[in-house]
Design a protein around this ligand. Structure first.
Ligand code: FCB
Length: 469
C-alpha cells in the first residue's frame, strides 16, 4: 500500500456547471439557453429527457454548500448561466440572476470555500443563437460584454476565473450536431471554434483592464489519441484527431496560430475559418493558469468504421458524449500525458489545475442500507489524484484537482443516464445521499493523505500502445 501525501497548498475541489445542476430554467427572469431548446427537441437526448430541472441546485444552494463544507473542499468550480444574467444575451441584466450568483458566491466564501467561476460552460443564450450563435463573429463582442458584466458584479469576491470550458463542445454543437444547438455544418463548426478563441482572448484582456485582482485561464479537455497499432494509418489518424481537437486550441492559445500541419489539413478539407488581422495575437493573451479536464485516452484504429472521433473505449458510446460507461479504461497516466503536451510540445510552464476528473457509474441507486457503494469511483479518483500529486512533485506546476462532480447531474445528451456525483441525487425528491466516494473524498480533504495501491500504473506514457495495464 502506498500512501500519498498532498502538499498543504494543493487545492482540492469539486466541480459542477450551471445547466447540469441549477434547474429553474425558466424562473426569475432567466432566458432560454441553447440547451433548454436542444433538450426539448425530440431525438437529441437519451430518452428525450430535458434538463430544465437540473438537480435543483438553484433552490438547494444552502444545502449543497453545506455538503461541500462537510466534504472539506478548498474550492468550488461552477459556471454562470449567461442567459440567467442576460436573458437576451446582451443588453439589460437580470437582477434576480445577479442576486442568485451573489448568494452563491457569498455563501461559498462564508463556508471557507474559494469560488472558481467559469463564464461559459456551453449554455449560450438562445437569443444569441437566433442571431447566428458562435459562428457569427459578433459573438466576440457579445462574450466580451458578458465577461465585463461578470467581472464588474462578482470580481470583487471571485479570484479565479475560467473563460471557456472545453471549447471542443462547439464542434459537437455546430460541426456534428450531437450537442446544442444541433447544427451539423463543419464550416460553421470550425468558425465557432476560432471565434471562441478570440472571444476568450478578449475576455482575458477585459479582465486585465477591469482592475480586479485574481487569476484567469481557460479549460481544455485533453484526450490523447493512442494508435492501436504501429501502422502508419493508425499513427496518422491519432495525430489528425489530436490536431482537430485540443491542438486546434493550444495552437491558437500558445502558438500564435495553427501549425503548418493543421493549417494544411484545414485548407485541404476547406475548413479554414475566417481569421482577421490580430486574431491570433488576441487569442494568445497571457494566462495565469490552464485548466485541464482529463478523463482518459482514446485508442484509434484506422480500420475501425467508427473513426474518426468517438472511436475510444467502448462501442456503445453515444457519438460526442463526454461520459464513460461500463467497460471504460482506467488510465490515470492520461493526466501526465496531457501535461506533456503542454510542457513538451508547447513549452508552456503556466500553473495547471486539473479542473475535472471523475467517472460515471451505471446504476447507483442506494441499496437496502441506504448507501451507494461506488468502489470504482474511489479507485478512479485516487488513481488520478495520485497521478496529479506525482506530477506536482516532479515540478510540473500542478496546483490542484477538482472532482467531477459534486452531485449526480444532467449529463448533456446522455440526460440523467450517466452519474458522476460524489453525492447521489434522487430525481423524484432531489434528495442528496453521500456515496462511499464522498466519505472517501472528505477524508482526503481533511487528512490530505490517501492510499493508492497501484503505483505501477502511474507516470507519463505518451505514445505507448494499448496494453500497459
Ligand atoms: C466534461 C464536461 C462536464 C461533464 C463531464 C462528464 O467534458 O465538461 O460538463 O459533462 O465531461
Amino acid at each position: 500500500m502506498t500512501e500519498i501525501l498532498l502538499p498543504d497548498d494543493f487545492v482540492l475541489g469539486v466541480a459542477t456547471s450551471a445547466y447540469q445542476v441549477e434547474g429553474a430554467a425558466h424562473e426569475d427572469g432567466k432566458g432560454a439557453s441553447i440547451w433548454d431548446v436542444f433538450t426539448r427537441t425530440p431525438g437529441k437526448t437519451i430518452g428525450d429527457v430535458p434538463g430544465d430541472a437540473g438537480v435543483d441546485h438553484y433552490h438547494r444552494l444552502t444545502e449543497d454548500i453545506g455538503h461541500m463544507r462537510r466534504l472539506g473542499v478548498d474550492s468550488y468550480r461552477f459556471s454562470l448561466s449567461w442567459p440567467r444574467l442576460l436573458p437576451n444575451g446582451t443588453g439589460t441584466p437580470n437582477q434576480a440572476g445577479i442576486d442568485f450568483y451573489d448568494r452563491l458566491i457569498d455563501q461559498t466564501l462564508a463556508a471557507g470555500i474559494r469560488p472558481h467561476v467559469t463564464l461559459y460552460h456551453w449554455d449560450l443564450p438562445h437569443a444569441l443563437q437566433e442571431r447566428g450563435g458562435w459562428p457569427n463573429r459578433d459573438v466576440i463582442g457579445w462574450f466580451e460584454d458578458y465577461a465585463r458584466l461578470a467581472f464588474d458584479r462578482f470580481g470583487d469576491r471571485v479570484t479565479q476565473w475560467t473563460t471557456l470550458n472545453e471549447p471542443i463542445a462547439l464542434w459537437m454543437g455546430y460541426g456534428m450536431g450531437v450537442f446544442a444547438p444541433g447544427e451539423a455544418d463543419p464550416v460553421r463548426g470550425k468558425q465557432a471554434m476560432h471565434n471562441a478563441m478570440v472571444a476568450h482572448g478578449r475576455a482575458v484582456q477585459a479582465y486585465r483592464e477591469s482592475g480586479c485582482r485574481g487569476d484567469i485561464g481557460i479549460v481544455v479537455d485533453v484526450w490523447r489519441r493512442h494508435p492501436a497499432t504501429g501502422s502508419r494509418a493508425d499513427r496518422d489518424l491519432a495525430l489528425a484527431e489530436e490536431d482537430d481537437s485540443f491542438r486546434f486550441f493550444f495552437d491558437e492559445l500558445f502558438g500564435g496560430g495553427w501549425s503548418a500541419r493543421l493549417q494544411q489539413r484545414l485548407d485541404a478539407t476547406g475548413l479554414t475559418p475566417m481569421v482577421e488581422d490580430g486574431d491570433f495575437a488576441t487569442a494568445r493573451a497571457p494566462l495565469d493558469f490552464i485548466g485541464l479536464n482529463v478523463y482518459s485516452r482514446i485508442v484509434v484504429r484506422a480500420t475501425d468504421p467508427r473513426t474518426p472521433w468517438w472511436t475510444s473505449e467502448n462501442a456503445d458510446r453515444l457519438p460526442g458524449g463526454n461520459y464513460l460507461s461500463g467497460g471504460r479504461e482506467f488510465y490515470p497516466a492520461a493526466l501526465s500525458d496531457a501535461l506533456a503536451v503542454l510542457r513538451d510540445e508547447y513549452g508552456v510552464t503556466t500553473p495547471v489545475y486539473i479542473t475535472e476528473n471523475g467517472v460515471s457509474g451505471p446504476d447507483e441507486t442506494p441499496g437496502v442500507d441506504g448507501r451507494v457503494h461506488d468502489a470504482d469511483r474511489i479507485t478512479y479518483l485516487s488513481g488520478f489524484l495520485a497521478e496529479a500529486e506525482a506530477a506536482a512533485r516532479r515540478g510540473l506546476g500542478v496546483k490542484g484537482f477538482y472532482a467531477w462532480s459534486l452531485l449526480d447531474n444532467y449529463e448533456w445528451a446522455a440526460a440523467y443516464t450517466e452519474k458522476f456525483g460524489l453525492l447521489h441525487v434522487d430525481l423524484e425528491t432531489m434528495q442528496r445521499t453521500w456515496k462511499d466516494s464522498a466519505d472517501w473524498y472528505a477524508r482526503v480533504c481533511h487528512e490530505r493523505r490517501f492510499a493508492f495501491d497501484h503505483p505501477e500504473i502511474l507516470g507519463p506514457t505518451s505514445g505507448l500502445p494499448i496494453g500497459r495495464m
